[in-house]
Design a protein around this ligand. Structure first.
Ligand SMILES: [Zn+2]
Ligand SMILES: [Zn+2]
Length: 392
């Protein structure tokens, strides 16, 4: 890698840059060296730019640069957010692959106060691993297995670094386009509870805790201007970032800016409440009470048999006796209550008289629900009782 200078827009051939940076002899040497590999795509190329890129890659970068000029700020920032998220995973993969490189050469980590530290520097481990990977050792060589591990670790590390470099490149292209247009307004929502909306991630009111403030770039608001951001951020607008923002609270200045998390939580809450409301509605529609709770009816069963504790007996000792006993029934639905009413009167086995207050309560509840006279309900039910008696 000779220089890090950027290739100006519009330049698609790398040839002139490499020859201007190096003499003929140099190019000749490199050709013999078999080292003409593009740092961006890893392919061998006849010509490379001064920053070791092939023509194809330069054209791709150029096309991408042109494409970015056609995007709206929300479109560009939506892509940027994806790039930055991907870069987080890519960086993690680079770290992991680098660990594999260290392990391949037999390096170990020790725990220092600031965390785990490798014995070798990254550069030394990488150089050693590359050397091992290129070696042709006999199976009885002490480094035979390390060489095999290096042949796995090195390509993984190279692939990971390349992937990260491409994301960094995309990020840089976005930054360049942002700068080319003189920037645009952005709204960064601090995603901690009650977070404010800031104009940048560098706001002085942020990053005061132990861990850095996390932000969500509200891409819909990219380029909309401060007025729109302040209006829609409501009480969340940071008054340091947006001096025009009025001071208020969630009630006086409601916000339209919610984090993805808040949107998901709100949707889940709405769904839960709708389900609950629907269930309550169903219960009320089918039931016999105003609130949908079961209808409880009570009566006394005269001279009813049962097992009672023996006065002065052993604990748990019971005796079979006849006496008046309280009884009750609960109905979740009008249908169940009606069925019980009809069956009680049709095949009451002498208990129908005891149940009279409960039967009355059922008829009353049906009358209230339907908004009709209780006698009308009883007449209707009486017909059903007769029909039941005939059917048996
Ligand atoms: Zn290339
Ligand atoms: Zn701020």
């Amino acid at each position: 890698m000779s220089t890090q200078s950027r290739v100006p827009a519009g330049v698609t051939t790398g040839g002139q840059f490499s020859t201007s940076a190096r003499g003929e002899a140099d190019v000749h040497l490199e050709a013999a060296d078999d080292d003409r590999v593009c740092v961006r795509c890893g392919e061998e190329a006849g010509y490379l730019s001064s920053d070791d890129r092939c023509d194809g890659c330069l054209e791709q970068v150029d096309a991408e640069r042109t494409r970015l000029t056609t995007l709206t700020p929300p479109e560009a920032d939506t892509e940027l957010v994806q790039i930055l998220n991907s870069a987080v995973s890519a960086r993690r993969e680079v770290d992991y692959a680098l660990g594999e490189v260290h392990r391949a050469v037999g390096d170990r980590q020790t725990w220092e106060r600031k965390g785990p530290v490798w014995g070798l520097s990254h550069a030394d481990a990488e150089a050693k691993a590359r050397e091992l990977a290129d070696s042709d050792l006999d199976p009885d060589d002490e480094n035979y297995y390390r060489a095999a591990a290096a042949r796995k670790a090195v390509p993984r590390y190279d692939a990971a670094t390349l992937a990260l470099a491409l994301l960094d490149e995309q990020n840089a292209l976005h930054e360049a386009e942002f700068a080319r247009r003189g920037g645009w307004t952005r709204a960064f929502l601090a995603t901690s509870t009650g977070g404010h909306v800031h104009a940048s991630m560098g706001c002085s009111t942020c990053n005061r805790g132990e861990s850095p403030t996390e932000f969500q770039l509200m891409t819909d608001y990219s380029g909309t201007g401060e007025d729109t951001i302040v209006a829609d951020a409501g009480y969340r607008a940071c008054t340091v970032c947006f001096p025009s923002a009025p001071v208020g609270d969630a009630t006086s200045l409601p916000t339209k800016m919610l984090s993805t998390d808040e949107v998901a939580k709100a949707a889940a809450r709405t769904e839960r409440e709708a389900k609950k409301a629907k269930a309550a509605e169903d219960r009320i529609a089918k039931g016999l009470t105003a609130d949908g709770s079961p209808l409880r009816v009570e009566w006394t069963e005269t001279n009813a048999p049962g097992w009672d504790p023996v006065p002065g007996g052993r604990p748990g000792e019971r005796t079979h006796t006849y006496r008046d006993r309280p009884a009750h029934e609960e109905f979740k639905t009008e249908r169940a209550a009606t069925q019980w009413y009809v069956e009680t009167l049709a095949w009451g086995y002498g208990r129908a008289e005891d149940k009279a207050p409960a039967l009355e309560a059922v008829a009353q509840a049906i009358a209230v629900k339907r908004g009709v006279d209780v006698e009308t309900v009883k007449a209707e039910l009486a017909k059903k009782v007769e029909a039941k008696k005939k059917r048996g």
